[in-house]
Design a protein around this ligand. Structure first.
Ligand code: CP
Length: 317
């Protein structure tokens, strides 16, 4: 595998899940594979889970790891061509990328959407420049439109907890005070659409996601109906995708907070969220602390999804 940015890059999900299972059974079984290989993790945005789980995954495979926080201690980077660089940005990404590529074997990149220019965000400019100019395999640690390591971990978690062959999985919008990218929701939809689960998306009007990601999912504006008989509730906030409100918070309606009453509509559903989560905005204390909350095993599976991806990339070097 030479890149990992979306569900298509992982190939058949049954094989990916089988590899993940093998790795989870003995995460040190391939500790020689990454010997003398270096992973460079580049963060344009903050992280807790992605940083730690990916670093741990690389260490399990015997890799060396370097982490660069672009906004802390590195030169400020210009990303657009044609700009007269007379401001505070001292280096262009087009030089920085091949330089970074020369110091490592694999590159992970986190670069969120700016949420002001939909076209630019959905072109995945930064991630694609790394793929084009680094000369090294690149994987996404959350880009402008997708978060595939998260979605892979979500899939692994659902497979571990499901009690039916074809569970009902509901992606629900929930309120948040600040505008967040659509990446986690897009990506979750993309991965769920690649399974044969009964997959439903629910959100207030105005929060429609990009139809390319919604795909064959059923969209239900009535949250009560959506939650009925659900086996998994996956909560996430996202800002508006549709113009003229792209990137804006158009509602913080707290009636969309996932609470005990709404969870009672489900078929004893498990509660999922990628974290970090704002309690009593997205989900109440009661729900996230309940025995049906699987947010911690979900986060723990980030190590497994990252290790499976790195294992596959290392094998292809
Ligand atoms: N879920 C997730 O990606 O967490 P971080 O932003 O902390 O990495």
């Amino acid at each position: 595998m030479k890149k990992f940015t979306c569900v298509q890059d992982i190939g058949p999900l049954s094989e990916a899940l089988s590899d993940a299972q093998k790795i989870k059974k003995d995460r040190f079984a391939f500790s020689d594979l990454g010997k003398n290989k270096t992973l460079l993790m580049i963060f344009f945005n903050s992280s807790l889970r992605t940083r730690l789980s990916t670093q741990k995954a690389a260490m399990n495979l015997g890799m060396n790891v370097m982490v660069l926080d672009v906004n802390q201690g590195a030169w400020k980077l210009e990303t657009e061509r044609g700009v007269v660089m007379d401001g505070d940005k001292a280096e262009h990404l087009l030089e920085a990328i091949p330089v970074m590529g020369s110091y490592c074997d694999i590159i992970g990149v986190r670069s969120f959407a700016g949420l002001t220019d939909k076209k630019s965000d959905y072109e995945e400019k930064v991630l694609n420049q790394f793929i084009q100019y680094s000369g090294k395999p690149v994987f996404s640690m959350e880009a402008a439109t997708r978060h595939p390591l998260q979605s892979f971990a979500d899939l692994i978690t659902i497979e571990e907890f499901k009690t039916k062959e074809r569970p009902k999985v509901v992606l629900t919008w929930a309120p948040h005070p600040r505008p967040l990218p659509q990446a986690v929701a897009n990506s979750f939809a993309e991965w769920m659409n690649a399974t044969d689960y009964d997959f439903v998306i629910t959100h207030p009007e105005g929060y429609e996601l990009d139809p390319n990601f919604v795909g064959k999912a059923k969209v239900e504006y009535d949250r009560e109906k959506a939650f009925k008989n659900a086996d998994f509730i996956y909560a996430k906030n996202w800002s508006a995708f549709t113009d003229p409100n792209y990137g804006k918070v158009i509602s913080t309606d707290r009636s969309w907070t996932v609470d005990t009453k709404s969870m009672e509509l489900t078929d004893g559903a498990f509660f999922m969220h990628c974290l970090p989560v704002r309690r009593n905005m997205i989900v109440t204390d009661d729900v996230i602390e309940s025995e049906k909350s699987i947010v911690i095993p979900e986060a723990a599976n980030r190590e497994i999804s990252a290790q499976t991806v790195l294992w596959r990339i290392l094998k292809s070097l």
